[in-house]
Design a protein around this ligand. Sequence first.
Ligand SMILES: C[S@@+](CC[C@H](N)C(=O)[O-])C[C@H]1O[C@@H](n2cnc3c(N)ncnc32)[C@H](O)[C@@H]1O
Length: 240
Amino acid sequence: MNDVALADDATSAMDAMYRHQRHIYDLTRKYYLLGRDGMIAGLDARPGTSVLEIGCGTGRNLIQAARTYPRARLLGVDVSHVMLASAEQSIARAGLTERVQVAHADATAFDPAKQLGVSKFDRVFISYTLSMIPAWEKVLDSAVALLAPGGQLHIVDFGGQEHFPAWFRSVLRRWLARFGVIPRDELEARLRACAARHGLQLTIMRPCLGYAQHAIVANPAADFIFVKKTAAPEISGSAA
Ligand SMILES: C[S@@+](CC[C@H](N)C(=O)[O-])C[C@H]1O[C@@H](n2cnc3c(N)ncnc32)[C@H](O)[C@@H]1O
């Protein structure tokens, strides 16, 4: 199947899932999509920076980020038209239409220059969305490629719940699976490999006793890359 067909599939699936749910989404999800506000507080988006949310849903996080960082530019993409309709309404109600822009895009085949007119971002965040995307590794790799020098990718999602009783973990996971949600237990390993490959810094946190996981991938600033590259010139020849 090509990328357009996949995007149509994901759009129909997410529209069907959220057509009615979106009306009670913000009210109900605050009880179990934990760690989102901590992640937003840690974005530290400076004036003039660009912040992208992949899988922005109802726009709840974008609105919160816009209020926390009044001089940053906020952008969001989502594959669901119905979620985007809710996001647009909420953004307008919050009086943020000038500063927060949302667009339709499938995160697995996303061209930000074409769809948003921006190609690199100072902050990218993904909140409780990787657990819903079968090709989540692909989304991770493209999110890393969207970082400007000095940029950061923040991910918050379901964690391993290791500190919870086994029955709780098993009930939670069975319930999530009914909605196509699969906690990404391999996220840390995947990020470690990616960080090593691209020379990025990785921080992993497990808020709420491991109910959630919060990862930060930092792209070194341009001057840091320059210093690193020039400070250690390549030595040719063998050591012997
Ligand atoms: C659980 S909601 C999270 C929404 C928001 N990030 C939050 O924290 O409240 C997951 C969102 O991801 C979107 N989504 C799922 N698959 C997607 C894809 N392939 N590309 C872009 N968005 C996707 C869904 O439409 C939905 O709005």
